[in-house]
Write a protein that binds this ligand. Structure first.
Ligand code: NG1
Ligand code: MG
Length: 528
């Protein structure tokens, strides 16, 4: 699916009707905060949404396909720009946030002849803008020549995606920032693939070595659809519609209010997983592929991935036993990889650096230079078996889920219930796999899933990076209230929540209208 980012005509092009009553005043607040801060009107507003991941958890950076969808919550930025003074050596950015008590305004200068400097060791909200700026400037220089200098910018931000909640607040801000910088520099049609790729690389500069799911969902999603995103052999996204014959389905998002901060816990959580799956790819390659085989360099954070191992493995299998391997479907390939992983990575207790280095025929120092110098982590043992098994089984679940979701219903109610149960049980398997094999769940989300299932959810799982954040539940519309009441009674009522938190705790997304126009630059919306 190619194309460029559309210019929205009005807020009604962007939000579902039900959201307009709160969005219109919010946009007006943004515009008046801008004027108050800078003394004039902005020239445009850029926007990108958060996302919820339906299926495919922690496999995007192994370059396997995932199934997220955009949500209504988003980041919006009002922007104005001014040309640089003659001979200026820096461009100036002034940036503020509608919630200035939480996100303090700041000003900074960026040398016009160097990359934007980001100190990833300090957690500052403006780093996300800086990373979008840095990526966009790189792209602009590629297009317009290395001496392209950019413009001064004034920016006011408002975000409604909860931070650390697994709904991708970071990608929403990075993508909006990149879009805003492109537009401020006169690019009117931003190519979606370019924007996504630059947002992925930009976000890594903030210190999280993420895959590309969030950025792709933020840029490519279409109203009323989930999105099937593939990363290999190249970034591709296509909308996935739930057949209109199935209006009974609904996804409910529930917050745990456990905040995961990847910037603090990266070395033992997210970034460690990235290193573990890259080790697993190298290890499986060393044992299972002909000696001397090198994995292809790819878009994974460390330049190799389990998908790269996958392709190489079947390439060699095809070469040596053409008839046997040739006809495997994607599903059968994954089944085969699950079996060989169980036979090859037998150590339940994990692997030490020494053990991995030995199999890769390198020294421990060389192993560290290659893998952990770029992504610092803290661990003595690496759980290669568990992590690889999660990735391969999860990749398989995504394919099965997609087939089921798009299958037309033939026999009315009985078919429908059966399909919904099957879809739900795939989500439940994902939750088990995250809890047991990938170890990225948390007791609160396990509890929330259990409560929801007992109250009638078909399938319940933590969504996003995990170790907190939110969960997603597949429910039939007539059971939503029942599930919400159970969660209220058994989870939320036991916490001290603010009114805002209470309002955000549970958000149902009906299939008929579960996404919004995802990524729009809106001009002349001052009257909206
Ligand atoms: P969250 O933390 O939910 O925004 C992260 C990664 C994704 C993906 C998921 C796990 C970032 C920006 N995004 O998402 O790429 O790996 O975890 O499936 O870190
Ligand atoms: Mg994020």
């Amino acid at each position: 699916m190619a194309g460029s980012v559309p210019v929205a005509g009005s807020l009604a092009d962007i939000y579902p009707t039900a959201a307009l009553a709160t969005e219109a005043p919010r946009w007006n607040d943004l515009l008046s905060s801008f004027e108050k801060a800078y003394g004039h009107k902005p020239s445009f507003v850029a926007r990108s949404p958060g996302r919820v991941n339906i299926l495919g958890e922690h496999i995007d950076y192994s370059l396997y396909s995932v199934l997220p969808m955009a949500i209504t919550a988003d980041a919006i930025m009002a922007v104005s720009s001014a040309p640089l003074a003659e001979g200026a050596s820096t461009l100036k950015v002034r940036i503020g946030n509608v919630e200035d008590s939480k996100f303090a305004a700041s000003e900074f200068d960026v040398p016009v002849d160097a990359d934007v400097d980001i100190d990833a060791s300090k957690f500052e909200w403006t780093n996300y803008f800086k990373s979008g700026l840095r990526g966009a400037m790189k792209l602009l220089r590629k297009k317009r020549g290395q001496d392209f200098k950019g413009v001064n910018m004034e920016i006011m931000v408002d975000g409604t995606v909860p931070v650390g909640g697994g709904l991708s607040s970071s990608a929403a801000i990075v993508t909006t920032s990149a879009l805003a910088v492109m537009k401020a520099n006169g690019v009117d049609a931003v190519d979606k693939t370019e924007l996504t790729e630059l947002a992925i690389v930009s976000e890594r500069a903030v210190g999280v070595n993420s895959g590309g799911m969030d950025q792709a969902a933020s840029v490519f999603s279409e109203p009323g659809s989930a999105l099937f995103v593939s990363f290999s052999p190249r970034l591709e996204a296509r909308p996935v519609k739930i057949p209109p014959t199935r209006p009974e389905l609904c996804f409910l998002i529930a917050q745990s209010f456990v905040t995961a901060n990847k910037h603090v816990t990266g070395p033992i959580h997210y970034n460690l997983r990235v290193v573990e799956v890259s080790f697993a790819a190298a290890y499986l390659n060393a044992v299972l592929n002909p000696s001397g085989t090198r994995l292809p360099v790819d878009a994974g954070p460390l330049g190799i991935s389990l998908q790269g191992f996958h392709d190489t493995y079947f390439y060699h299998a095809n070469a040596s036993d053409y008839s046997a391997a040739k006809s495997l479907t994607k599903e059968e390939e994954l089944e085969k990889l699950i079996a060989v992983t169980k036979e090859t990575l037998t150590q339940e207790e994990g692997y030490t650096r020494e053990e991995i280095a030995k199999v890769l025929s390198v020294t421990v120092q060389e192993l560290e230079n290659r893998f952990t110098a770029k992504i610092p982590i803290r661990a003595e043992r690496f759980m290669l078996r568990q992590r690889a098994l999660h990735v391969f089984t999860e990749a398989l679940r995504v394919l099965k889920f997609l087939t089921l979701l798009e299958r037309p219903v033939h026999n009315g109610a009985s078919d429908t219930t059966r399909f919904n149960k099957e879809l739900g049980s795939i989500m439940n398997e994902t939750q088990d796999s995250c809890r047991i094999l990938y170890e990225n769940s948390c007791p609160e989300n396990d509890k929330i899933c259990q409560i929801a299932l007992e109250a009638g959810s078909y399938g319940s799982r933590q969504t996003g990076a995990g170790w907190g954040g939110c969960s997603v539940h597949l429910i039939s519309v007539d059971k939503v209230e029942q599930v919400k009441e159970a969660l209220e009674r058994e989870y939320y009522s036991k916490m001290k929540l603010t009114e805002d938190q209470k309002a955000q705790a549970m958000v149902p997304l009906e299939t008929a209208n579960f996404t919004i126009n995802p990524n729009s630059k809106a001009e002349n919306l001052l009257q909206a």
